[in-house]
Write a protein that binds this ligand. Structure first.
Ligand code: MN
Length: 385
């Protein structure tokens, strides 16, 4: 049998060589970058985009996190191992060289898994977008500009580029298929949550690229278990592992951490609820937040559930949390009381169970941002009358 070829690793090594060469010229450098949470979908989307795009030169795929933060993502290390990659093959934001080593004006950005750049790269140009978040309407001339709702951004990257790419070798097909499936299956909890027709079709295509006896369940379980292997992470790391923030009109800064374990589990690891709350408060302080959100997921299949905790840290933050609670029914969140309300500190902090399982941070954050901008304030409007 011929030795297996490691197509992704070769591609990443070539990317690094191209990057090193680019730092010595003034040529345009195309890069592809995922969102700031740097989750598995952002990682897979950026690597798939770079590898499969038909345009030349191919953009260089980066992870938008410092290299040390890879250790917060055990599922990455698991997937690297599955794909015979090593962490050193991956390009991280603080590597030398990285995209920071060229002037931003020389950068052409391809954005995946977000549609507005979050990195401060003044003078850079956004030239391509594939994303599954709310379209914020910028960069109309980007090409491709694919922004559609579906479970995983990786599904959109595959749908956009796979048909035009020529993956002939079985090893190559297998690596690409597993990389994409890792993201799609994790984002859809093994095709049980947030699945759209796009994800369905893509998963069928990807499975067709793998041997008939390939064990999808075992593959999903492996990645999923690794993702939940967070028991040893201190709370601060658990919060920053999958964290995003927004500054609304520069008056209200919102940060939301997504955590793959429930609030009860998070509480139980600290001495008591007060210590847990103090940890949250100090994280919000470190980030300078007006509102801290913690969204949790837990369980699978019928046991799958979501929780949400919001904490207004400043006056504008407290108002925002109030508006959120007042508008939550209309927004379709189906919030319920969490426990006996022991995590609540009325009116500034509230924890809820979230009945609407389809609403992840992707849907909750835009609503919370609207609340920060002062909309959805039905009660206040009524009070004025
Ligand atoms: Mn995503």
């Amino acid at each position: 049998m011929p030795p297996t070829q490691n197509f992704l690793q070769s591609f990443l090594h070539t990317s690094r060589t191209t990057l090193v060469a680019a730092t010595k010229t003034t040529n345009i450098l195309p890069i592809v970058i995922g969102n700031e949470s740097a989750d598995l979908d952002s990682f897979a989307s950026s690597l798939l985009y770079a590898y499969l795009t038909p345009t030349r030169p191919q953009p260089i795929p980066f992870l938008a996190i410092p290299r040390a933060d890879l250790s917060l993502r055990p599922e990455f290390l698991h997937l690297f191992h599955e794909l015979s990659l090593s962490p050193s093959d991956i390009l991280c934001a603080d590597d030398t060289p990285s995209f920071h080593s060229v002037p931003p004006s020389a950068l052409h950005l391809h954005l995946v898994d977000h549609n507005v750049p979050t990195l401060p790269l003044p003078g850079s140009q956004v030239v391509g977008i594939i994303d599954h978040h709310d379209d914020e309407g910028h960069f109309p001339s980007a090409s491709p500009r694919v922004i559609e709702k579906c479970g995983s951004c990786s599904s959109l990257v595959i749908r956009t580029f796979l048909a035009q790419s020529q993956l002939r070798k079985a090893d190559e097909q297998s690596q690409i298929a597993r990389l994409a499936l890792a993201a799609v299956l994790i984002d859809t909890t093994d095709m049980t949550q947030k699945v759209t027709e796009i994800d369905e079709a893509v998963v069928q295509t990807l499975l067709g690229m793998l041997p008939k006896d390939w064990d999808r369940k075992a593959f999903y379980q492996g990645v999923s278990q690794a993702k939940k292997d967070v028991g040893s992470l201190p709370l601060r790391d658990l919060l920053r592992k999958d964290y995003k923030e927004w500054a609304e009109a520069n008056v209200c800064k919102i940060g939301i951490a997504s955590v793959v374990m429930g609030l009860k589990w998070m509480c139980s690891r600290e001495e008591n609820n007060t210590v847990f709350m103090n940890c949250l408060k100090s994280y919000a302080g470190e980030k300078g937040l007006d509102v801290l959100g913690v969204m949790t997921t837990d369980g699978e299949g019928d046991e799958f559930h979501r929780e949400l905790l919001l904490w207004g840290m400043s006056d504008v933050g407290k108002e925002c949390v109030q508006r959120f609670e007042n508008g939550a029914d209309d927004a379709g969140l189906s919030l319920g009381k969490w426990g006996d309300g022991e995590l609540d500190l009325v009116p500034e902090r509230k924890a809820w169970t979230q009945g609407n399982l389809a609403m992840s941070r992707k849907q909750v954050a835009p609503f919370l941002r609207e609340c920060a901008r002062g909309r959805n304030d039905t009660n206040k409007a009524r009070a004025k009358v």
